[in-house]
Design a binder for this molecule. Sequence first.
Ligand code: AHM
Ligand code: MG
Length: 323
Amino acid sequence: MELGTTLTRFLIEQQRKSGASGDFTGLLSEIATAGKIISREVNKAGLIDLLGYKGKKNVHGEDVQKLDDFANEVFINTLSHTGHLIGMASEEMEGIYQIPENSQKGKYVFLMDPLDGSSNIDVNISVGSIFSIYRRKSTGKQATMEDFLQPGRNQVCAGYLIYGSSTMLVYTTGQGVHGFTLDPSIGVFLLSHEMITTPSRGKIYSINEAYDTIWTENIGAYIDQAKKEKKTARYLGSLVADFHRNLLKGGIFLYPADQKNPEGKLRLLYEAAPLAFVVEQAAGRASTGHAPLLDIKPKEIHQRIPLIIGSAEDVTQAEKCCS
Ligand code: AHM
Ligand code: MG
C-alpha cells in the first residue's frame, strides 16, 4: 500500500482483504490512541523538575504519577471498553486485570509492558511500550490464568510503540510486520515501513558486556566471534530501541542468563514473546539459546527468560555457543 496511508485506512483494507471481524481494527486503533497519549507525556518528561514525575509533587504541590504507572493506566482505560477483551496482564500489575462487569467482553486477552526502559526517560533516550494479544482459552465469565499462559506461537497480534526521535507503531497480525510513524502535526499514524524484513545477517551486536564474568552460558565465545567478524557494538539498555534499530539494520540482541539473574532479566510474556513474534514475521529468529522462544510455555505471568533475538543467521550462530 502507498507509503503515507493512514493507519485507519490500512487497517480497514487489511480487514477487508482477510475477511476478519474487525476486532483487530478496533484494538489496534485504540492501541494507537494509547500510544499518542503516552508519547505526549514522554515528550514532556524533560520538564521533569517543573511538572514533577516519579511519584513526586509538581510545582502546584500535586502528587504526580510515575510514567510507567501512567502508561499502564492509559492502556487499561483505552482498551478495556473496546468490547474485544476479557482480561489484561501487565508488567506493572501483580495479577490479572478483569474487564469490569458493566463493560462488554470479548474473546481476546491483552498483555503489555506499558513503558519499557523507563529509567532512560530522564536522559532523553528512546523508550517503548510492548504489547501482545492471544485468543482466550477459557469460556467462563472472567479471564483465567490459562488464557495468559500460552506459548508465544499462539499470539494473534503483537507489536510495540517506540517513543524516539519520532513515535512509531510497529505491529504484526501474522501477515508481515508494518511500521507507522506519527505525524505530530495532525496526530495521525502514517504508513512508513510496509512489510519490514530484517537482514539475515547483521553488523550489530547488542549486549550488556559488563556482565560477561557472570554469564552462565558461553556467550563470550559468540561475542569473540562477532568481534572477529568486525561487527560493531550498540547497546542503549532500552529494549524496544535496541530491538527496533537491529530489526531495521540487521543485528543481534542478547540478554542471557547470569549468576545474578539465572532466568535472565526480560519477561517472557511482556517483552520476549511479542518481540519474538515480530522478528519471526520479519524473517528473523528468537531463541532462549536452547529452544525457539515462541515454543516456551509460560509457567507464570511474570516469568523471566534468556533472550537471543535478531537476524536469523546471527541467532543460529549464537545458539551454537550455548549448546
Ligand atoms: P525494565 O522493564 O525495568 O524497564 O527493564 C528492562 C530493560 C530493557 O529495556 C533493557 O533491555 C534492559 O532492561 C537493560 O538491562 P541492563 O541494564 O541490565 O543491561
Ligand atoms: Mg520492561
